[in-house]
Design a protein around this ligand. Structure first.
Ligand code: PNS
Length: 167
């Protein structure tokens, strides 16, 4: 069985992520969307919230699983018997950082390959940070995130901007 892992922060999932998930899930037998728990990075959504949003968005894709990890990605890959990391590339500006990570992951485990998928041009301007900024300031995020999770994301962003606890 060919298993791939699509790792990321997904804080929160966007239509750009969904585009990569749909396309990668057509190529592999199983795609694991892996949410990173990074204690050194402040996230707006908790790991559980991020996983729940992804779960709702991918409900129609039977070969997509949701998981989370902390620590090295290559260790998670080995624990899942997966050898392919999927990464989305939006622009040249993504390349340098992704190139470094791909080479470092290959050094850590030469059996693991990173495959890059070019994002759909429609989403080349889209990022989780932009979604958070627009949502927080009352703009419309309807075209930016999957339909199934628009309301959940808006609710969370509203609760934060009205003084709720960050997670
Ligand atoms: O969505 P992001 O924030 O760009 O995802 C980054 C992620 C999670 C893919 C990256 O930070 C990662 O792989 N973290 C795990 C730690 C690790 O394995 N580091 C070594 C790779 S150079």
């Amino acid at each position: 069985m060919k298993i791939a892992v699509y790792p990321g922060s997904f804080d929160p999932i966007t239509n750009g992520h969904m585009d990569i998930i749909k396309r990668a899930s057509r190529i592999f037998d199983k795609l694991i969307v892996a949410v990173v728990r990074n204690p050194n990075k402040v996230s707006m959504f908790t790991v559980n919230e991020r996983m729940d949003l992804i779960r709702k968005a991918v409900a129609g894709l039977p070969n997509v699983e949701i998981d989370h990890f902390e620590g090295l990605l290559v260790d998670f890959m080995r624990s899942k018997n997966a050898r392919v990391i999927i990464k989305g590339l939006r622009a040249i500006s993504d390349f340098e950082y992704e190139f470094q990570m791909a080479l470092m992951n290959r050094k850590l485990d030469p059996n693991i390959e990173t495959l890059f998928m070019m994002t759909n041009y429609k989403y080349s301007y889209l990022s989780s940070s932009v979604v958070k900024e627009i949502g927080r300031l009352g703009g419309c995020i309807g075209d930016l995130v999957p339909d199934e999770v628009v309301l959940d994301i808006q609710k969370k962003l509203r609760s934060l901007s009205s003084g709720g606890q960050d997670a």
